[in-house]
Ligand binder design. Structure first.
Ligand code: ADP
Ligand code: ADP
Length: 238
Protein backbone atom coordinates (compact mmCIF):
# COMPACT_ATOMS: atom_id res chain seq x y z
CA UNK A 1 0.00 0.00 0.00
CA UNK A 2 0.94 3.63 -0.49
CA UNK A 3 1.20 5.89 2.55
CA UNK A 4 1.82 9.19 0.84
CA UNK A 5 1.57 10.21 -2.76
CA UNK A 6 2.39 13.52 -4.46
CA UNK A 7 1.23 13.79 -8.03
CA UNK A 8 2.59 16.48 -10.41
CA UNK A 9 2.93 19.01 -7.63
CA UNK A 10 3.87 22.57 -8.60
CA UNK A 11 4.50 25.35 -6.10
CA UNK A 12 5.21 28.93 -7.08
CA UNK A 13 6.13 31.91 -4.96
CA UNK A 14 4.82 34.69 -7.17
CA UNK A 15 6.51 34.16 -10.55
CA UNK A 16 9.14 31.87 -9.11
CA UNK A 17 8.61 28.13 -9.64
CA UNK A 18 10.00 26.47 -6.53
CA UNK A 19 8.58 23.04 -7.47
CA UNK A 20 7.65 21.83 -10.98
CA UNK A 21 5.79 18.56 -11.62
CA UNK A 22 7.11 16.78 -8.56
CA UNK A 23 5.69 13.28 -8.14
CA UNK A 24 6.73 10.82 -5.49
CA UNK A 25 5.23 8.13 -3.38
CA UNK A 26 6.09 6.53 -0.08
CA UNK A 27 5.12 2.88 0.26
CA UNK A 28 4.36 1.15 3.51
CA UNK A 29 7.69 0.36 5.22
CA UNK A 30 9.84 2.75 3.20
CA UNK A 31 12.55 5.15 4.35
CA UNK A 32 12.98 7.94 1.80
CA UNK A 33 15.68 10.60 1.71
CA UNK A 34 15.18 13.89 -0.09
CA UNK A 35 18.47 15.38 -1.22
CA UNK A 36 19.58 18.32 -3.34
CA UNK A 37 21.58 21.54 -3.21
CA UNK A 38 20.46 24.65 -1.30
CA UNK A 39 17.50 26.24 -3.01
CA UNK A 40 16.49 23.01 -4.79
CA UNK A 41 13.06 23.07 -3.14
CA UNK A 42 13.48 20.53 -0.35
CA UNK A 43 11.90 22.66 2.38
CA UNK A 44 9.09 23.69 0.06
CA UNK A 45 8.43 20.03 -0.75
CA UNK A 46 8.38 19.02 2.91
CA UNK A 47 6.00 21.91 3.65
CA UNK A 48 3.71 20.81 0.81
CA UNK A 49 3.87 17.15 1.88
CA UNK A 50 2.90 18.08 5.45
CA UNK A 51 0.03 20.35 4.51
CA UNK A 52 1.79 23.50 5.70
CA UNK A 53 1.80 24.87 2.15
CA UNK A 54 -0.90 24.28 -0.41
CA UNK A 55 0.48 23.28 -3.81
CA UNK A 56 -0.19 25.73 -6.65
CA UNK A 57 -1.31 22.72 -8.68
CA UNK A 58 -1.18 18.95 -8.38
CA UNK A 59 -2.20 16.94 -5.36
CA UNK A 60 -0.89 15.30 -2.23
CA UNK A 61 -2.72 12.40 -0.65
CA UNK A 62 -2.05 10.65 2.64
CA UNK A 63 -3.56 7.15 2.70
CA UNK A 64 -5.63 8.10 -0.33
CA UNK A 65 -7.13 11.27 1.15
CA UNK A 66 -6.21 14.68 -0.20
CA UNK A 67 -4.36 16.78 2.40
CA UNK A 68 -4.38 20.11 0.51
CA UNK A 69 -3.91 22.74 3.21
CA UNK A 70 -5.36 20.80 6.18
CA UNK A 71 -2.50 21.92 8.44
CA UNK A 72 -0.03 20.03 10.60
CA UNK A 73 -2.25 19.41 13.64
CA UNK A 74 -5.09 17.81 11.69
CA UNK A 75 -2.54 15.89 9.65
CA UNK A 76 -0.94 14.58 12.85
CA UNK A 77 -4.36 13.34 13.98
CA UNK A 78 -4.57 11.43 10.72
CA UNK A 79 -1.16 9.85 11.23
CA UNK A 80 1.54 12.00 9.68
CA UNK A 81 3.91 14.03 11.85
CA UNK A 82 7.06 16.08 11.60
CA UNK A 83 9.51 17.65 13.99
CA UNK A 84 8.96 21.39 14.41
CA UNK A 85 12.14 22.37 16.18
CA UNK A 86 10.13 23.51 19.19
CA UNK A 87 13.43 23.55 21.07
CA UNK A 88 14.59 26.49 18.93
CA UNK A 89 11.35 28.39 19.46
CA UNK A 90 10.80 27.62 23.15
CA UNK A 91 14.23 26.82 24.63
CA UNK A 92 13.00 27.45 28.19
CA UNK A 93 10.42 24.66 28.12
CA UNK A 94 11.57 21.49 29.81
CA UNK A 95 11.97 18.32 27.78
CA UNK A 96 8.79 17.02 29.44
CA UNK A 97 6.87 20.15 28.46
CA UNK A 98 8.20 20.10 24.90
CA UNK A 99 7.17 16.49 24.41
CA UNK A 100 3.88 17.22 26.17
CA UNK A 101 3.04 20.05 23.78
CA UNK A 102 3.62 17.73 20.85
CA UNK A 103 1.73 14.78 22.35
CA UNK A 104 -1.28 16.86 23.33
CA UNK A 105 -1.62 18.58 19.96
CA UNK A 106 -2.78 15.23 18.58
CA UNK A 107 -5.66 14.94 21.05
CA UNK A 108 -8.88 16.88 20.83
CA UNK A 109 -9.55 19.41 23.58
CA UNK A 110 -12.46 18.56 25.80
CA UNK A 111 -14.55 20.38 28.43
CA UNK A 112 -15.44 17.16 30.24
CA UNK A 113 -13.24 16.90 33.38
CA UNK A 114 -13.09 13.10 33.36
CA UNK A 115 -12.14 13.09 29.72
CA UNK A 116 -9.49 15.75 30.30
CA UNK A 117 -8.04 13.65 33.11
CA UNK A 118 -7.83 10.67 30.76
CA UNK A 119 -6.29 12.92 28.16
CA UNK A 120 -3.67 14.28 30.60
CA UNK A 121 -2.74 10.73 31.52
CA UNK A 122 -2.46 9.75 27.90
CA UNK A 123 -0.13 12.71 27.27
CA UNK A 124 1.98 11.90 30.34
CA UNK A 125 2.29 8.26 29.27
CA UNK A 126 3.24 9.22 25.70
CA UNK A 127 5.92 11.57 27.07
CA UNK A 128 7.42 8.86 29.29
CA UNK A 129 7.32 6.30 26.52
CA UNK A 130 8.99 8.49 23.93
CA UNK A 131 11.59 9.80 26.41
CA UNK A 132 12.50 6.18 27.18
CA UNK A 133 12.88 5.27 23.50
CA UNK A 134 15.11 8.28 22.81
CA UNK A 135 17.23 8.06 25.98
CA UNK A 136 15.92 11.40 27.24
CA UNK A 137 14.42 10.24 30.54
CA UNK A 138 17.21 11.71 32.66
CA UNK A 139 16.64 15.04 30.90
CA UNK A 140 12.87 15.29 31.33
CA UNK A 141 12.90 18.11 33.86
CA UNK A 142 15.69 20.16 32.35
CA UNK A 143 15.13 23.09 30.01
CA UNK A 144 15.57 22.16 26.35
CA UNK A 145 18.34 24.74 25.97
CA UNK A 146 20.53 22.71 28.35
CA UNK A 147 20.66 19.73 25.98
CA UNK A 148 23.60 18.92 23.74
CA UNK A 149 23.17 19.48 20.01
CA UNK A 150 22.62 15.76 19.46
CA UNK A 151 20.02 15.62 22.24
CA UNK A 152 18.21 18.63 20.76
CA UNK A 153 17.96 16.76 17.48
CA UNK A 154 16.69 13.69 19.29
CA UNK A 155 14.15 15.82 21.14
CA UNK A 156 12.85 17.13 17.83
CA UNK A 157 12.46 13.65 16.40
CA UNK A 158 10.98 12.46 19.71
CA UNK A 159 8.39 15.29 19.55
CA UNK A 160 7.20 14.01 16.20
CA UNK A 161 7.09 10.49 17.68
CA UNK A 162 4.97 11.70 20.57
CA UNK A 163 2.25 12.27 17.97
CA UNK A 164 2.23 8.50 17.35
CA UNK A 165 2.44 8.83 13.58
CA UNK A 166 2.37 6.21 10.88
CA UNK A 167 4.56 8.38 8.71
CA UNK A 168 7.23 10.70 10.07
CA UNK A 169 9.02 13.57 8.37
CA UNK A 170 12.35 14.77 9.65
CA UNK A 171 14.31 17.73 8.47
CA UNK A 172 18.07 17.14 8.74
CA UNK A 173 17.92 15.03 11.88
CA UNK A 174 21.70 15.09 12.23
CA UNK A 175 22.85 18.54 11.12
CA UNK A 176 25.39 20.12 13.43
CA UNK A 177 26.10 16.78 15.13
CA UNK A 178 29.41 14.87 15.16
CA UNK A 179 29.82 11.90 12.78
CA UNK A 180 29.66 9.31 15.55
CA UNK A 181 26.50 10.87 16.97
CA UNK A 182 24.90 11.00 13.51
CA UNK A 183 24.97 7.22 13.25
CA UNK A 184 23.66 6.72 16.78
CA UNK A 185 20.81 9.16 16.07
CA UNK A 186 19.89 7.36 12.85
CA UNK A 187 20.04 3.97 14.51
CA UNK A 188 17.90 5.14 17.43
CA UNK A 189 15.45 6.63 14.98
CA UNK A 190 15.10 3.48 12.91
CA UNK A 191 14.86 1.29 15.99
CA UNK A 192 12.25 3.63 17.47
CA UNK A 193 10.20 3.44 14.28
CA UNK A 194 10.20 -0.34 14.47
CA UNK A 195 9.13 -0.30 18.14
CA UNK A 196 6.48 2.37 17.73
CA UNK A 197 4.91 0.96 14.58
CA UNK A 198 5.91 3.88 12.34
CA UNK A 199 5.40 2.69 8.76
CA UNK A 200 7.33 5.29 6.80
CA UNK A 201 10.09 7.89 7.15
CA UNK A 202 10.89 10.86 4.96
CA UNK A 203 14.04 12.74 5.82
CA UNK A 204 15.84 15.70 4.30
CA UNK A 205 19.54 15.03 4.71
CA UNK A 206 22.80 16.46 3.37
CA UNK A 207 25.16 13.80 4.63
CA UNK A 208 25.52 11.33 1.73
CA UNK A 209 27.09 8.62 3.90
CA UNK A 210 23.94 8.55 6.00
CA UNK A 211 21.70 8.75 2.95
CA UNK A 212 23.51 5.82 1.30
CA UNK A 213 23.45 3.73 4.42
CA UNK A 214 19.92 4.14 5.70
CA UNK A 215 17.52 5.01 2.86
CA UNK A 216 15.42 2.60 0.84
CA UNK A 217 15.03 5.26 -1.81
CA UNK A 218 16.55 8.63 -2.67
CA UNK A 219 14.65 11.48 -4.28
CA UNK A 220 17.05 14.11 -5.64
CA UNK A 221 15.72 17.58 -6.37
CA UNK A 222 17.38 20.17 -8.54
CA UNK A 223 15.88 23.55 -9.31
CA UNK A 224 12.47 22.31 -8.18
CA UNK A 225 12.36 19.17 -10.33
CA UNK A 226 12.92 15.52 -9.50
CA UNK A 227 16.30 14.69 -10.99
CA UNK A 228 16.41 11.11 -9.73
CA UNK A 229 14.23 8.73 -7.73
CA UNK A 230 16.31 5.62 -7.16
CA UNK A 231 17.40 2.97 -4.71
CA UNK A 232 20.80 3.81 -3.11
CA UNK A 233 22.59 1.05 -5.08
CA UNK A 234 21.51 2.71 -8.32
CA UNK A 235 21.85 6.31 -7.12
CA UNK A 236 25.44 5.83 -5.94
CA UNK A 237 26.45 3.48 -8.79
CA UNK A 238 29.03 5.83 -10.35
P1 ADP B 1 15.88 24.06 -0.07
O1 ADP B 1 15.16 23.60 1.13
O2 ADP B 1 16.22 22.94 -1.02
O3 ADP B 1 17.07 24.88 0.25
P2 ADP B 1 13.63 25.83 -0.45
O4 ADP B 1 12.41 25.03 -0.64
O5 ADP B 1 13.88 26.45 0.88
O6 ADP B 1 14.88 24.99 -0.93
O7 ADP B 1 13.64 27.00 -1.52
C1 ADP B 1 13.52 26.76 -2.91
C2 ADP B 1 13.56 28.08 -3.62
O8 ADP B 1 12.37 28.80 -3.33
C3 ADP B 1 14.72 28.97 -3.18
O9 ADP B 1 15.18 29.67 -4.33
C4 ADP B 1 14.09 29.91 -2.18
O10 ADP B 1 14.76 31.15 -2.15
C5 ADP B 1 12.67 30.06 -2.73
N1 ADP B 1 11.68 30.29 -1.66
C6 ADP B 1 11.44 29.49 -0.61
N2 ADP B 1 10.46 29.98 0.15
C7 ADP B 1 10.07 31.13 -0.45
C8 ADP B 1 9.07 32.10 -0.15
N3 ADP B 1 8.27 31.99 0.92
N4 ADP B 1 8.96 33.15 -1.00
C9 ADP B 1 9.74 33.26 -2.07
N5 ADP B 1 10.70 32.37 -2.43
C10 ADP B 1 10.84 31.32 -1.61
P1 ADP C 1 16.25 26.01 4.87
O1 ADP C 1 17.73 26.17 4.60
O2 ADP C 1 15.93 25.16 6.08
O3 ADP C 1 15.48 25.65 3.62
P2 ADP C 1 15.68 28.71 4.40
O4 ADP C 1 16.59 29.72 5.00
O5 ADP C 1 15.80 28.35 2.96
O6 ADP C 1 15.74 27.43 5.32
O7 ADP C 1 14.18 29.16 4.61
C1 ADP C 1 13.69 29.53 5.87
C2 ADP C 1 12.28 30.06 5.67
O8 ADP C 1 12.31 31.21 4.81
C3 ADP C 1 11.38 29.05 4.97
O9 ADP C 1 10.10 29.10 5.58
C4 ADP C 1 11.31 29.50 3.53
O10 ADP C 1 10.05 29.17 2.95
C5 ADP C 1 11.49 30.99 3.67
N1 ADP C 1 12.21 31.53 2.49
C6 ADP C 1 13.29 31.01 1.89
N2 ADP C 1 13.67 31.74 0.85
C7 ADP C 1 12.80 32.79 0.78
C8 ADP C 1 12.65 33.90 -0.08
N3 ADP C 1 13.46 34.09 -1.11
N4 ADP C 1 11.65 34.76 0.18
C9 ADP C 1 10.84 34.57 1.22
N5 ADP C 1 10.93 33.54 2.06
C10 ADP C 1 11.88 32.65 1.85
Amino acid sequence: TTLLEARTVCKSYGDFHALTDVSLSVADGEFISIVGPNGAGKSTLVNVLTGLLRPTSGRVAFRGTDIGGIGPVELARRGMARGFQLVNVFPELTVRETLGVAASSRLKRTGNPLRSLARDREVADAVEEVAEIFNLRHRLDQPARALSQGEKKLLDVASAFALKPELILIDEPTSGVSTGDKHSIMELLIDACRKAGVRGIIQVEHDMDLVARYSDRIVALQAGRVLADEKPEVFFKD
